[in-house]
Ligand binder design. Structure first.
Ligand SMILES: NC(=O)c1ccc[n+]([C@@H]2O[C@H](COP(=O)([O-])OP(=O)(O)OC[C@H]3O[C@@H](n4cnc5c(N)ncnc54)[C@H](O)[C@@H]3O)[C@@H](O)[C@H]2O)c1
Ligand SMILES: [Zn+2]
Length: 368
């Protein structure tokens, strides 16, 4: 059966590239590398979980196109996103005599994409790399936009580079092996795209949520492609995150605060973003920026996924302090992203007093 393929062009002058989406595209990896003009060594960086599932298939696809595929396996998880593991990958590239014409493939989730992209950016002052994301977060978020890097013991993503891939090859069939909870976490970011930038897409999510929850291929293909299109459009406007790109942080002011409050170690990132969106929309309504209908529609969609919506019991002071540590703080003010209507948001400063009044009045205004 022919593979249905959709594509999104990311136009960034000489750094432009395509995002290709379809079920079963992993098999075409070698052919696509060849089409991009690569002929020599290909380093496939992946983690041990993904290696077991897809490593052999990726290397086979590369070899069948006559290229020299070489698997570089690191441990799974956020703890691998460190300079130490970048060094280990670089050691391997040096030992295997990777050259300027060699290419890296990031096969895995966001951790692998961020780590591999950074290694590619610094090895020989930059060798090409391509993204083959295998989690929903990686397919709709981290593989698009060119942010690469690793964590520092004192903070997440403190070390990095803007470095664009030559291609993003998305095989949605790889999502079928993802743990359910991780998959749902990725859906939070997908819902976010609808709320910040695309009303018809949000309506699509409302209408197709049942199919999505069953991971029906057509619906998954549509939401992955459309999410990439939305993120790419925002990135094309503002590659280096000066202003417009910040709308991608919707749901993350409160979301990151909840994550950094540590004691909620039980929520994963996407769950924190879901809670964040529910309450940032509630705050927007409280401040008169949006209508209650937005709060309701967004809340309904999030609830149908089973993602959490309730703010854990936290004091205002703790929450506000944690919100200030988020990167949207400028000159002591918290900049937040307020939805105005589905598909449109506004970036505006949030005053402590306003936030506190909302926080204390929540029981009356927020549906949670
Ligand atoms: N660069 C960016 O713009 C950007 C954006 C968002 C997130 N991120 C980063 O992405 C990371 C989170 O990404 P993530 O959620 O993909 O985490 P991850 O890379 O740790 O993957 C999650 C887990 O799923 C496993 N896995 C991956 N693909 C699988 C598959 N198809 N089937 C079964 N298991 C699979 C992995 O082995 C891992 O254990 C964070 O480090 C975050 O900072 C970066
Ligand atoms: Zn996020």
């Amino acid at each position: 059966m022919a593979i249905v393929e959709s594509s999104v062009k990311v136009s960034l002058t000489e750094r432009s590239y395509d995002i290709v989406v379809g079920a079963g595209l992993l098999e075409s990896l070698g052919r696509r590398l060849q089409a991009l003009g690569f002929g020599g060594k290909v380093g496939v960086v992946t983690d041990s979980t993904v290696a077991k599932l897809y490593g052999a298939r990726a290397v086979r696809a590369i070899k069948s196109a006559g290229l020299d595929g070489h698997l570089i396996v690191v441990p799974p998880g956020e703890r691998t996103k460190t300079l130490r593991w970048v060094t280990r990958v670089l050691d391997e590239l040096v030992q295997e005599r990777f050259e300027r014409g060699s290419v890296l493939v990031a096969l895995g989730g966001g951790v692998i994409g961020d780590l591999t992209g950074f290694a590619a950016a610094v090895y020989l002052r930059g060798i090409p790399f391509i993204q083959v994301p295998t989690t929903l977060v990686a397919q709709v978020d981290s593989s698009v936009g060119g942010k690469t890097g690793v964590n520092h013991p004192l903070g997440k993503n403190l070390i990095g580079a803007f470095y664009q891939p030559k291609l993003v090859l998305i095989d949605i069939a790889t999502l079928n092996t993802m743990p359910r909870r991780q998959w749902l976490g990725g859906l939070a970011e997908v819902i976010k795209y609808g709320v910040i930038a695309d009303e018809p897409f949000f309506t699509y999510l409302e209408q197709h949520m049942d199919g999505l929850l069953k991971m029906e291929e057509e619906a998954v293909q549509h939401i992955v492609t459309q999410s990439c299109r939305i993120k790419a459009a925002i990135v094309m406007e503002d590659e280096r995150e000066s202003d417009r790109r910040r709308i991608l942080n919707y749901g993350h002011t409160i979301g990151h605060a909840l994550e950094s409050l540590g004691k909620y170690r039980t929520v994963i990132h996407g769950e924190a973003v879901a809670i964040g969106m529910v309450h940032e929309a509630g705050l927007s309504y409280y401040l008169g920026i949006c209508k209650q209908d937005l709060v309701r529609r967004q809340g309904d969609v999030i609830r149908r996924t089973g993602l959490p919506v309730t703010l854990p019991s936290v004091s205002f002071t703790d929450l506000w302090t944690a919100m200030q540590h988020d990167k949207k703080v400028a000159k002591g003010r918290v900049y937040s992203i307020f939805p105005e209507r589905i598909g449109q948001v506004r970036i505006a400063p949030l005053e402590r007093a306003d936030c506190k009044r909302w926080f204390l009045s929540r029981r009356a205004t927020v549906v949670d």
